[in-house]
Design a protein around this ligand. Structure first.
Ligand code: 5GP
Ligand code: MN
Length: 338
């Protein structure tokens, strides 16, 4: 995004517009935080702003300021369709390929709105007129902060914006510990706390609202953990039956994959979660160092993401998926088997 782009966007935003902001399907903390942060910013200018999410997000995000105004396309399709069709501007946040918004793909592709992408994933598609795409960024929330700064509007950051952006930076950086966390990230975090983000309360809202059943599910996931030392790999499986036993709710398995990566010597971790509803095995992949789970997921599991965090899916059953997973490890011998 260069100076000319910023000037054009400033001009676009200088009069009230019909604006829709869209996060990816199964929105996470960064997707919800960045869309709400941008929403609270744009609302200050009398734009007609709506967030249309492809579907619902976990309960641990359902305290964020005005999150209850987010439209969920899977259950509010006609409202979502008309907002998208009437939109003059569409912001797409925390994803870079329209395949990531599921059922919304068609209506968004067909819309004549000017599209603006703000995103930190690899290999962006080129559906947007204006692209702020930067894979070095910790989070889309950090980029929304930068975007507001580029518009010379840091003084517009209020406690609602600060709270939303803090949340997404915190969740996408594993609470400021992943390598994507830079001194600039911390400078922004300092600014957000100054503007009213209550760091301890936000942490509490996100991480300390476990149900007993979720902890029991974590127990099961950990007892299912398998290690393949020769490839410095660890993986977890959870079947639909196990999820049912522990009263699975959306978001309950968030972060489980990281336990594999916390094992000494392990640099590649995966979790395979069966979904009868979607008829897939949902896969989350994490790595340390240069080993790219984005590449592995794109090549073998219809997915993508970042070098060290990616997602994907398998249409095979659990047993076949694990067999496939184990069978591809030798392809990565060079990176994994040091
Ligand atoms: P998670 O494993 O937490 O679902 O996702 C890890 C990262 O990969 C996130 O940045 C997420 O946006 C991205 N990601 C997850 N699933 C997919 C997918 O199916 N396709 C692509 N391109 N990215 C994904
Ligand atoms: Mn993100």
């Amino acid at each position: 995004m260069n100076k000319d782009d910023i000037n054009s966007i400033k001009t676009l935003l200088s009069s009230p517009k019909a604006i829709v902001i869209i996060p990816h399907k199964n929105p996470d903390g960064d997707a919800v935080g960045s869309t709400l942060g941008l929403y609270h910013y744009l609302k200050q200018y009398n734009h007609n702003v709506n967030i249309v999410a492809p579907n619902d997000y976990p309960d641990f995000l359902k305290w964020m300021p005005e999150e209850n105004s987010i439209i969920k396309y899977d259950i509010q399709k006609s409202e979502g369709d008309s907002l998208i069709q009437d939109a003059e501007l569409i912001f797409t946040l925390d994803f870079n390929s329209l395949g990531r918004i599921g059922q919304m793909e068609e209506v968004v592709s067909n819309s004549n709105a000017t599209k603006i992408m703000i995103d930190h994933h690899q290999q962006p598609d080129d559906y947007a007129k204006y692209m702020y795409s930067d894979v070095s960024m910790s989070s889309t929330c950090e980029m929304v902060f930068n975007f507001i700064e580029m518009l010379d509007d840091l003084d517009k950051i209020n406690s609602d914006i600060a709270t939303c952006l803090y949340t997404g930076i915190m969740t996408d950086t594993g609470s400021f510990r992943f390598p994507s966390t830079t001194s600039a990230t911390h400078t922004i975090i300092g600014h957000l706390i100054q503007k009213g983000a209550n760091n301890s309360e936000i942490h509490n809202n996100i991480y300390d609202t476990n149900s007993y059943a979720r902890l029991q599910l974590l127990g099961r996931a950990l007892s299912n953990l398998k290690v393949i030392p020769e490839y410095r790999t660890a993986y977890i499986t959870l079947t639909q039956e196990e999820l049912n036993t522990f009263d699975f709710k959306k978001g309950d398995t968030e972060g489980f994959v990281n336990y594999g990566l916390s094992l000494k010597g392990i640099i590649f971790a995966a979790i395979f979660i069966e979904s009868h509803q979607d008829e897939i095995i949902k896969i989350s992949l994490r790595s340390k160092g240069d080993f790219s789970v984005n590449e592995l997921s794109r090549t073998h599991f219809h997915g993508g993401g970042h070098t060290n965090a990616a997602g994907g899916r398998s249409d095979l059953n659990m047993k076949e998926t694990i067999e496939k997973f184990i069978s591809i490890l030798p392809n990565y011998k060079q990176d994994l088997n040091l």
